[in-house]
Design a protein around this ligand. Structure first.
Ligand code: SAM
Ligand code: DTB
Ligand code: SF4
Length: 331
């Protein structure tokens, strides 16, 4: 959708907007289901990049200590636990600028992915930048989806990260799609952006061809020691509006209510589910920060009559549309 159309949606009275998004949601996702995804940081901290929100950048003095890549057996144990707990997607994150074919590190990751893929969950990784070859090898090893967020508008991106560009992010996403993996890409609310930046981010995400399979909407978790430590929290109704607009703009995507749920009431999360969110990170830890307890999430879903979504290991990535350009529209 174009920026002007998104702006028109944003300007609607709140109830009109969420009624519209609810209709789109019911048409595409009639099952009252929420996907449960578990995250594991397999390589924490010490990252060379300067993303100003991140606990894992080596540039800032944060509460996170750098660690080595986890052992495969420990990762498998965590993946099995996630599956037993009802997760259908296991997402492994690494605090790297990216991965390079031919390195020991990349071989280790491929070996880990092959073993995790045998457990029957959707396998997602988020390892930073990828070239064509790396993307192809991850796909062959069994990765079903690759997370790489655009995080904010093209214009605001340089204010939050200087060690790589918005275009670098798009290039990686192109390699992911060309290799036949699903794209998981979204952003963060609360990085000092304005409403236009948020809508421009959704404009870029909705212009991907094929559409992203999932769109995480994170609310900033302020990390002491980072340049974003003192950012004001995002207004609750703005979060709901962004979820609703994401749902309308990318009807086939799972819209994931991601980081920041610990700061949200059950009622606010419920409004987000009503407006179009149908996926959450599940388990008491995100990468380095906390997430609601699984028992609390189970209880909330039960109260709302929402069921965990069934696994879909055969997940084929969404197909490209012939009538739409392959490259995202950049202003
Ligand atoms: N290094 C990889 C990358 O940058 O894509 C993967 C890990 S990175 C931590 C994954 C995503 O987590 C970021 O793109 C950002 O959207 C989100 N994230 C990181 N720190 C966050 C924070 N403090 N609050 C909210 N979201 C955050
Ligand atoms: C995404 O959009 N959010 C997740 C996942 N993709 C990798 C990460 C959230 C991280 C929150 C901060 C932390 O725990 O360090
Ligand atoms: Fe954090 Fe990823 Fe940026 Fe590294 S590249 S600082 S892990 S968000």
């Amino acid at each position: 959708m174009q920026f002007d159309e998104l702006k028109e949606l944003y300007d609607l009275p709140f109830f009109d907007l969420i009624q519209r998004s609810r209709k789109v949601h019911e048409a595409h996702w009639p099952e009252n289901e929420v996907q449960l995804c578990t995250l594991l940081s397999i390589k924490t901290g010490g990252c060379s990049e300067d993303c100003s929100y991140c606990a894992q950048s080596a540039r800032y003095s944060t509460p996170v200590e750098a660690e080595r890549l986890m052992e495969k057996d420990d990762i498998l144990e965590r993946a099995k636990f996630a599956r037993e707990n009802g997760s259908t997607r296991f997402c492994m994150g690494a605090a790297w600028k990216g991965v390079k074919d031919g390195t020991r590190r990349f071989d280790q990751v491929l070996d880990i992915v092959e073993s995790v893929a045998e457990l029957g969950m959707e396998v997602c990784t988020t390892l930073g930048e990828l070239g064509e070859v790396e993307a192809q090898k991850l796909k062959e090893a069994g990765v079903t989806a690759y997370n790489h967020n655009i995080d904010t508008s093209p214009e605001h991106y340089k204010n939050i990260v200087t060690t790589h560009s918005f275009q670098d992010r798009l290039n990686t996403l192109r390699h992911v799609q060309d290799a036949g993996m699903s794209v998981c890409s979204g952003g963060i609310l609360g990085l000092g952006e304005n409403t236009d930046d948020r809508l421009k981010m959704l404009e870029v995400l909705s212009s991907f061809n094929p559409a992203p399979e999932s769109v995480p909407i994170n609310s900033l978790v302020p990390i002491p020691g980072t340049p974003m430590a003192e950012q004001q929290g995002v207004d609750s109704f703005e979060v709901v509006r962004m979820i609703a607009i994401a749902r309308i703009a990318i009807p086939t995507a799972k819209v994931r209510l991601s980081a920041g749920r610990c700061q949200m009431s059950e009622e606010l999360q419920t409004l987000c589910f009503f407006a179009g969110a149908n996926s959450i990170f599940y388990g008491d830890k995100l990468l380095t920060t906390s997430n609601p307890q699984s028992e609390a999430d189970q209880a909330l879903l039960k109260k709302l009559g929402l069921r965990p979504q069934q696994p879909n290991r055969e997940l084929e990535p969404p197909e490209a549309e012939d009538t739409k350009p392959r490259e995202p529209a950049l202003a």
